[in-house]
Design a protein. Sequence first.
Length: 659
Amino acid sequence: MKKLKKMLSLMIVFSLVLAMMSGHKIKASEPLKIEKFEVEKSEVRCGEKIKLNIEISGAHKTYTIYEEDINGTKKTIVDNSYSSSLIWTPTDPGQKTLYLEVEDMSGNIVTASKEVNVKKGIIPDINRKLEYCYATGDQYAGVDIVMCLMDYNIPDLADKNCKASVEELGDRKVITSIDNKFYYGCINFCVTDQGKIGDSAILHVTIKSKSYEDIHINYTITLKDQEEIFPDEESQPAIEGNDTLIYGQKLGELKLNSESAFFLPKGGMTYIDGTLKFENENEILPVGTQDAKYVFIPDNKEYKEYHGTVKVKIKKATPTLNDIKVGMIAYADKKTLDNVKLKTGKAVVMYDGKEKEISGNWKWKNPEQNLEVGSKKYSIIFTPDDTENYETVEGEVDVKGIAGPLKVYLKNNESIIKQLKDGDMVKEIAFVEKKINFVNEDGEKVNGTIQWEEPNKILTEGKQQVKYIFIPENKDYQSYNGTIEVLVNKEAPKIEEIKPEPIKVIKVKDENNVKVNQTTITNGITYKITKIVNKKNAEVKITNLDKKKTSITIPDYIMINGVKCKVTSIEKKALYKGKKLKKITIGKNVQIIADNAFNGCKNLKSITIKSTILKKVGKNAIKGIHKKATIKVPKKQYKQYKKLFSKKTGFKKSMKIKK
């Protein structure tokens, strides 16, 4: 009982203090009275913050304020308060009565009330922007509706009151599907991965509530570009281990540091997983220190590929020399190597994993060296046509020399002779078809003439053996004595008479009309045969062009002695300082324009290239031509040929390459 009295005394004191703080002077004997109970507005909306002002005189305990609707449902606004003002936020619409209840020290309750009309609240349209990568989309995209409306007290926020719709802003669908149901306060939808950058749509979300007018949330969803990435400055891509290749090896034979190179998004700190590789692992780079292109492909398509280069070294390839032959040499003790014809062998390199024969020039290392009788090795030098990518190499070849002339051998002795009659002379023998062939020790044909030993001998009926002598044109070969069998008829044959002309000497001609290294000049262009394909076809290169001409057309083919010759290359300094040339057209079969081919042709302003198989334009090939020269190339080879005409060929920025 004593404790209860003590507590009542403390409460009275506390009330007096509060009253004093609120500016009221209260006497202990003053009766309880509600001086003021004010509501800021009599018509309010749900969610609106309404100020309540309270003023109470006399000794009292704490007060309580509650609201009551027309159905008698009560809801406490504040309990056990001494404050002279507070904020009330209504949550339910309808006619409300606000009650203020205060209890005096004796337990008597004093009440005041206010009528308030609560209308539905209004939430302004909420607009949000979301971006997704066009390359990946998002199959599990979603928006958090609860978080978006966190600032509002919506008591009936649920999926049954929420409806979503899509407004596409272009021809392509951005949002492929949508789920109107709430999942942990979210609405889920799918964003396409088949769109393009800038495609957009609006996700409209409408929420119905008993406390608020329809709530509208608009999410503008836009497809953005992939995010750029960059190599980590401290972990750049590089060649791992050996960084050197031999010309002809593929770039893929080197290894990139895939395990220690890292990539980051711009401004990011998290490494991105992906694949680091060369752009073209089959690429074969030219000799020198080259930039090898690589690409980093992120596993996550939200990031762009990164393209860069690493330095690699390419060394010249060294050819291997095979099948170098020299025939037996006559009168060797009287000759030097310069008198010996060196037959072209094979220079082989490894290119793209396969053996490849390359062209070039074969010569004796010491052409003035004296030959010796017998077998001995002599040094040769092979200089590749492409000295930029291949080494010049030395080799050895066996040469067998003899003191005297060389023997010739009869290859066959089948001939068709015009019909003879009794009484004809040997010198009257004439061949319809000559098939007496002679070869040297290596099986190579030897040209020469046939003479009858007894040209005036009278032939008699029957089979006759006729002696002849074969005299080689090349004095290094011995003569050959042989016989040929002929059939002599008793009477003249019953056919149209063929009167053979007296032939004392029959010349055996070479069946091949052209030879390797044979040269010819046509229309001011000097051609040199480089390869015999067959009896009807060969290949030539251009070694010299007429400096007096202002316009030159290099043909696709030329005819030499009835052989069709393909024009495949323009050699070094073919028109060096040809100052009169203004225009040149290059044929369809040209594959190489060698070093300095047109160097110094200062008036050359138009070059038309018809070839679609051009592989090389040599160093300084067009150096010093007209500074505003135009090079016209085939449309499909434009990009490839633009690389061929690099700075080292003499190409300048003022020149143009056009299709």
